[in-house]
Ligand binder design. Structure first.
Ligand SMILES: [Zn+2]
Length: 308
């Protein structure tokens, strides 16, 4: 080894020390940040609406949305759409099976945007739901109703809302409801079991930000109430990690929450990767069994979906 090479080796040793120190620092920071959740995801709140794909053209044909699910490890979805054709297309396509995605179809109550504001008193909606339930999809029978919205909680007492809740209880259908906490009590009160036997999935677990203590109270009161977590205010804090009071609630009720994309507008399809990565990130901060329950098991068990 010549002098020149020896000097080079000296440099190499110094460089190795620096690299070693950097690797050690990286290792330490990796140890303080838990790994992201890496298992399957159950997207419990997915829409495949007319503006995404109307059966002919559209920015998000089946191959596009299925590729988004597949690359994010989403192996099952609760699908509903306005109108119901999108859900049926998703359920029927061989592409869905090829992508390894199980579709749990729900009947949407809206044929168009106008139906949002009056469905709870519109008898023609009840008739439409009955007809859709009788028809089913190529992936099997519809498993739930919704998503429906109540912008005024008092409309939970509307005649069609009450009849649909009773129908859900009678036929063991889940209900995906975008409502506030007051409407949860009202919807439950109107059912034959007073809410004890209704599988209500609370979309966003209160998009208006019902306090955690109130969410806790409702989960305790209604044993089959589930919370879906898209758009939930106050859920995540700095760095996309769970805020402390939400972390405590998820740990208290690990079997009662699910994640969802809520692809209600096309921008949500464009953000699908980010949304799922966001879930994987905060799920990684929970004990692995709790993360797995919220990410997959709770939805899979609710609808009897086999684990991939
Ligand atoms: Zn939605």
């Amino acid at each position: 080894m010549g002098a020149r090479q020896f000097a080079g080796a000296g440099h190499t040793r110094a460089w190795l020390r620096r690299v070693g120190a950097a690797l050690l620092a990286a290792g330490l920071s990796a140890a303080t940040h838990a790994a992201d959740y890496g298992g399957p995801l159950f997207d419990a709140h997915l829409h495949y609406n007319d503006e995404a794909f109307n059966g002919l053209v559209g920015p998000h044909p089946l191959a596009d949305v299925l590729a988004r699910m597949q690359r994010n490890g989403v192996r099952a979805v609760v699908a509903n759409s306005r109108p119901n054709d999108g859900t049926k297309a998703l359920a029927a396509s061989p592409l869905t099976r090829q992508a390894g995605v199980t579709v749990v179809p729900f009947v949407r109550l809206y044929r168009n945007r106008a139906d949002y504001d009056g469905w709870f008193r519109d008898e023609s909606i009840y008739a439409m739901v009955q007809a859709e339930l009788a028809r089913g999809t190529e992936a099997g029978p519809f498993r739930g109703l919704g998503e429906f919205h109540l912008y005024d909680s008092a409309n939970a007492k509307g005649p069609v809302a009450v009849r649909l809740m009773a129908l859900a209880e009678e036929k063991n259908l889940a209900v995906l409801a975008h409502v506030d906490d007051v409407a949860i009590d009202l919807l439950m009160a109107g059912t034959p079991s007073k809410g004890q036997k209704v599988r209500l999935i609370w979309a966003h677990t209160g998009i208006g930000g019902a306090p955690v203590a109130r969410v806790d109270q409702l989960l305790a009161r209604y044993p089959l109430l589930m919370g879906e977590l898209s758009y939930r205010p106050g859920l995540t804090c700095e760095g996309g990690k769970l805020c402390p009071e939400w972390r405590a609630l998820l740990l208290k009720y690990p079997r009662r929450f699910m994640i969802g994309s809520d692809t209600w507008v096309n921008q949500r399809w464009l953000a699908y990767d980010e949304l799922m990565q966001g879930y994987r990130s905060w799920l990684g901060g929970l004990p692995p069994d709790v993360a797995r329950s919220i990410a997959w098991d709770n939805g899979a068990q609710l609808f009897g979906v086999a684990t991939p």
